[in-house]
Design a protein around this ligand. Structure first.
Ligand SMILES: O=C(O)CCC(=O)C(=O)O
Length: 348
């Protein structure tokens, strides 16, 4: 094993980590921009937990109030009793693990550094444009409409397509339910946000963060806000996600059978800034591999996004100009992950 490495010599981190015992120089963040690992296991309060049981029954208005509070004050919440069968989640997690355990040559069949590809395995964020790399490999898939994409997905492991398709169908159902709750929480018609997203899009990533010999020097993912409408995140039992709240980084430690939901930039725009798409980041650690599986629910590329007219008046002028999601998404990928969120580029 080499004692120092100055450059990464493999396309994927998964295959690099066993050959190094220092972080290669292209992953090292400038001093002022490194994570503070002391905060990782802090016992400070975390994001709200919302129980979705009875969302379609008499508790709906109470749950909608909780959603409003969480979206306004945190931009993030966890959900329990969400209705996704444990078996579906277990299969999704297992097949993801199996995928990242495949031989390098088998995994690399899916490799691409072109962000416009609808199915691809890659590393970091956007290696064509970024200056510092992130300690992450990821498999990214488009999932809606399923039949347009499923035949592009990896066919190895053999159950991959079936297990991931079932998971993404369930995630679509849950996303639509949450979008109803978010619409109602803004005082809009139940289907307002659903209609505002045009024909809808759904993407998914399987993020794989291998153990890192010097986790204080780098990020799995640096602070960023999500470009889509909402994200539903599943994480394995290894902590790493942190959310910015009132100037502090809150750790969102894994809780079995929950998902983490966050508001993305498009809901911030539709809500005319009532709700905030919040910065979050993924830290890595030196002992355990971490996996997270976000579902990004989004508008279709041709959908025009703008503040809901019902939320605009003389006291609350429109904060954003109209744009298509395609314009937004291209900017997001090309400028790289940043604390200055992309949504500011679309201010009125
Ligand atoms: O790994 C995590 O917990 C966060 C993932 C994330 O923020 C992303 O994929 O955009």
């Amino acid at each position: 094993m080499a004692t120092t490495t100055t450059i990464a010599t493999k396309p994927l981190l998964t295959d690099l980590v066993s050959t190094i015992d220092r972080v290669p120089s292209n992953f090292i963040r400038p001093l002022a921009d490194r994570p503070n690992l002391h905060q990782l296991h802090s016992s400070s309060p975390s994001i709200p937990i919302i129980d979705l049981h009875d969302f379609d029954g008499p508790s709906r208005s109470r749950i909608v109030q909780h959603i409003a509070h969480a979206c306004q004050h945190y931009g993030f919440f966890q959900i329990v009793n969400h209705g996704i069968p444990e078996e579906v989640v277990r299969k999704m997690v297992n097949v993801s693990k199996e995928f990242f355990a495949l031989p390098e040559s088998e995994r690399l069949k899916n490799y691409s550094d072109d962000p416009s590809k609808t199915t691809r395995l890659s590393t970091s964020f956007n290696i064509k444009t970024e200056k510092v790399s992130n300690w992450r490999d990821f498999l990214r898939l488009h999932c809606h409409p399923l039949e347009d994409y499923i035949l592009e997905w990896p066919s190895n492991p053999p159950s991959f397509r079936e297990d991931v398709a079932e998971y993404s169908r369930k995630m679509r159902g849950l996303s639509l339910k949450l979008l109803e709750g978010i619409s109602e929480s803004l005082g809009l018609e139940r289907d307002y946000v659903e209609k505002a997203l045009g024909k809808h899009g759904q993407h998914m990533a399987v993020n794989y963060y291998p153990p890192c010999p010097e986790p204080e020097l780098t990020y799995g993912l640096p602070p960023h806000a999500d470009p889509n409408a909402i994200t539903i995140l599943l994480q394995n039992e290894v902590p790493g996600l942190q959310v910015l709240h009132q100037g502090n980084w809150l750790s969102v430690n894994p809780v079995p059978n929950t998902f983490i939901v966050n508001i993305g930039d498009q809901i911030q725009v539709i809500s005319n800034d009532r709700y905030k798409s919040v910065l979050h980041r993924a830290l890595v650690n030196c002992e355990k591999e971490r996996m997270s599986i976000p579902t990004f629910y989004c508008p279709s590329p041709d959908a025009t996004i703008k503040p809901a007219p019902q939320l605009v008046d003389s006291d609350h002028p429109a904060q954003y100009k109209d744009f298509t999601y395609r314009e937004y998404y291209d900017k997001f990928w090309n400028r790289g992950l940043s604390k200055e969120t992309c949504v500011d580029m679309f201010k009125a």
